[in-house]
Ligand binder design. Structure first.
Ligand code: NAP
Length: 496
């Protein structure tokens, strides 16, 4: 079993080796639960991004990786998977340290799930046939005769990919981009959030331990200048970005100058529709999870609870009781379910939205303040607001903290209208004893993912994931994700 030596990732990972940042800068990684320093991590700059792009370009234009067959690439990626499996506990510990993710869920959600996704993309690479034949057909020609023609559609790796990721699920989201990009034959420069460099560097260390060809995966933690370089440099063919819709639209504009292919996974404000015939106890338990998981720092969480008016008061009571039973505290304690927020600004954001909602007539049914007894770190109590109108900012904006709203509705069409009255469209759910009506509602929702009665309860790597409207462009996971990282070429033959 390979051991993770944390000292190896003390530099940027460029061209298969560790390099000091050109401006010799480091950043202090902070433990959000305590505010204490976890580590000093290398912090790259524009010149480092420039070097990494050069290496990735060379590896794509002249290296073996894009020229290998899918099964050959899969063999390399299986070694990567094996190293990462050996390091699973260490990677889970990093999520506890730099994100404040409770250890009770870190290993399962932040390591097992992405490794299942990597395995899924390895399977797709193994089965990958880049050529799809077109039917042989007779086409009319200009002089009235006929031409016998045939052809193939070829999928080729898109090229150099700039991957930019947020802080909330770093290892998970890094793998979600790197796995399909490498499986397709692209080369990658990855820039993680400045708050969470370690979970990107550990991926680089694993690439080195697995002896992936140098230059195919480069990791440059850094600030905005690194992100700007990745999205504007003409040597980068594609940008795959996960983050807020505000930064996503800037990224899209930055990438427009060089007409890059852009994949955007952005924010959400997803609705949970509860019909009058739903199992209220199950719904309340799940509603509590949706407001507390990752301390509300999850793009696809259902934070607008649309409840049939006949159930509203009882739902609020049960939801608040369920939340009160969820332990909040030290993320390294296995009993903890809810941890801190990433930084003080995130706490202040939650406070601001709740205060404004109250001024506009909302009522705090649970939380609404920093929890007692936490004098270090960045904390906000899971919060439920009632008497909320869907047009209020608290119901329209993504807060990215443990704050949810409960809004009553009268008819199914009313629920659909409220759910769709959002500039986002990432996720959502419908709860009902009538599966046919729940399915009808699901089909009406303008959102990329809908669960009925809890769905499969997890993330299916074969299910495309992504958003409508300001929640993004393109899809991650599923076979569609592999094609996001491929160009499509048509080659036609003159047969007679
Ligand atoms: P963010 O502020 O949008 O930052 C995301 C990434 O973009 C970071 O690496 C950031 O670097 C970088 N960046 C900032 N400005 C840039 C620029 N001008 N050009 C290129 N890169 C730039 O997001 P966040 O606060 O880290 O994460 C929370 C957001 O992510 C939420 O909105 C959440 O919904 C979304 N998210 C979406 C999904 C999904 O699958 N749809 C999944 C998870 C999270 P710095 O860290 O250096 O600023």
């Amino acid at each position: 079993m390979a051991q993770l030596d944390r000292s190896v990732y003390s530099g940027l990972f460029i061209g298969g080796e560790w390099r000091a940042p050109k401006n010799s800068t480091t950043t202090t990684v902070i433990n959000p639960a305590t505010g204490a320093s976890v580590a000093e991590a290398p912090f790259g700059c524009d010149a480092d991004a420039d070097a990494a792009i050069g290496v990735a370009r060379e590896a794509f234009d002249r290296g073996p990786w894009p020229r290998m067959s899918g099964p050959e690439r899969a063999r390399h990626l299986r070694r990567l998977l094996s190293v990462l499996r050996d390091w699973a506990d260490d990677i889970g510990d990093l999520a506890v340290a730099e994100v404040g993710m409770p250890v009770s869920i870190a290993r399962a959600t932040q390591v097992e799930v992405p490794l299942q996704q990597l395995e899924y993309f390895i399977g797709l690479a193994e089965a990958f046939d880049p050529l799809t034949p077109l039917p042989t057909t007779l086409f009319p020609n200009r002089s009235g005769g006929r031409i016998l023609g045939a052809g193939v559609v070829q999928r080729q790796p898109r090229g150099v990919v700039g991957a930019i990721t947020p802080f909330n699920a770093p290892f998970f989201l890094n793998v979600m981009k790197v796995a399909p990009a490498l499986a397709a034959g692209c080369t990658v420069v990855l820039k993680p959030s400045e708050f969470t460099p370690l979970e990107a560097l550990v991926l680089a260390a694993a690439a080195q331990a697995a002896e992936l060809p140098p230059g195919i995966l480069n990791v440059v933690p850094g600030g905005r200048d690194v992100g700007e370089r990745l999205t504007t440099d003409p040597r980068v063919d594609m940008v795959t970005f996960t983050g807020s819709d505000a930064v996503g639209s800037v990224v899209m504009a930055q990438a427009a100058g060089t007409v890059k292919h852009v994949l955007l996974e952005l924010g959400g404000k997803s609705a949970m529709i509860v019909r009058a015939d739903a199992d209220l106890e199950a719904v309340a338990r799940r509603g509590a999870v949706e407001l507390t998981l990752f301390s509300g720092q999850g793009c696809g969480l259902w934070t607008r609870h649309l409840i049939h008016r006949s159930l509203h008061d009882e739902y609020v009571e049960r939801l608040c009781a369920a939340i009160a039973g969820i332990p909040i505290g030290d993320p390294s304690d296995p009993a903890t379910i809810v941890g801190p927020l990433i930084r003080p600004a995130q706490v202040e954001r939650a406070e601001r939205y709740v205060a404004q909602a109250v001024r506009e007539g909302a009522t705090i049914a649970a939380g609404g303040r920093r929890p007692d007894g936490f004098d270090r770190g960045f904390w906000y109590a899971p919060t439920v607001l009632t008497e909320v109108r869907n047009e209020m900012d608290v119901a329209q904006d993504e807060i990215f903290g443990p704050v949810g709203v409960v809004i009553p509705f009268d008819t199914d069409d009313d629920a659909i209208r409220i759910a769709n009255d959002s500039r986002y469209g990432l996720s959502g759910s419908v709860w009902s004893a009538d599966p046919a009506e729940a399915f009808r509602i699901a089909r009406e929702l303008r959102t990329g993912n809908v669960s009925i009665n809890g769905g499969t309860g997890g993330m299916n790597p074969a299910a495309p994931f992504g958003g409508y409207k300001r929640s993004g462009l393109g899809r991650e996971l599923g076979a569609e994700a592999l094609f996001e990282y491929c160009e499509t070429k048509t080659i036609q033959f003159h047969a007679g």
